[in-house]
Design a protein around this ligand. Structure first.
Ligand code: MD3
Ligand code: FE
Length: 217
């Protein structure tokens, strides 16, 4: 008889889980990249610290945002938009570090999107209790390219709705290292993040960090 040494081990390949027709969850896909990605994220956040943005309605978002790449996302009384410069400094956003770009390209390819070429990486920082209400992302121009989302640190429940605000949202637990790739019509679905529960993560401390890679311009 042959001893199956691996019978009780988790699959070596990341598990691929479709979330409806327009999104695929790649559990743990980012884990092999974290050693290179995390120091690069910390360097970006040191140069462009995450800040609470104001919605056009004048309310402060509870997640704190930063960006890297040729474009970053900003919100103020004038509205939401992509900007080539950080409004806090007037300087260009930090360049997108190679390890981040490589992770985004690899995840997109795994989900069937060849040659993903993001020009923006939004970095959302969630402390305990921070959340993101149901919203659509409509500020990008090229809807043929996917959006790649990478979760680091504390877990959270991602809310994955439909094309209408009233559509029932799926509750998807996301853990450190999980990646979701969104494409096609899913680009216009409502989505959000439930309040992050207070805890400590060995890498990020009391924070969830989400990277979203996009082709904005
Ligand atoms: C589906 N961020 O930055 S990532 C956002 O976890 C945002 O920080 C959440 O929603 C977070 O806009 C969710 C997943 C995500 C990001 C953008 C999308 C899903 C998306 C745009 C269109 C459709
Ligand atoms: Fe969004």
């Amino acid at each position: 008889m042959t001893l199956d040494l691996f019978a009780d081990q988790p699959a070596l390949e990341p598990t691929r889980q479709p979330l409806g027709a327009h999104a695929v969850l790649l559990r743990g896909f980012a884990l092999p990249f974290v050693g290179a990605v995390w120091p690069a994220v910390q360097a970006v956040l040191a140069a462009a610290p995450p800040r609470q943005m104001l919605t056009p309605g004048g309310r402060a978002m509870s997640a704190r945002l930063s960006s890297c790449g040729a474009r970053g996302w900003v919100s103020d009384a004038r509205g939401y938009r992509y900007s080539a410069t950080d409004p806090a400094t007037g300087q260009p956003w930090p360049v997108m570090p190679a390890p981040l770009r490589q992770l985004a390209e690899a995840a997109a390819a795994e989900a069937g999107f060849a040659a993903f070429d993001p020009d923006a990486c939004l970095i959302n920082h969630y402390g305990p209790g921070a959340r993101m209400g149901l919203h659509q992302d409509k500020d990008e121009r090229d809807f043929s390219q996917p959006i790649v989302s990478v979760s680091l640190g504390l877990p959270a429940v991602f809310l994955w709705g439909g094309p209408r605000r009233a559509d029932r949202a799926l509750r998807v637990p996301l853990a450190h290292g999980d990646v979701v790739v969104f494409g096609g019509d899913g680009r216009l679905h409502f989505h959000g993040v439930a309040p992050v529960a207070a805890a400590e993560h060995p890498l990020t401390g009391a924070a969830r960090i989400n990277l979203t890679f996009r082709r904005a311009g």
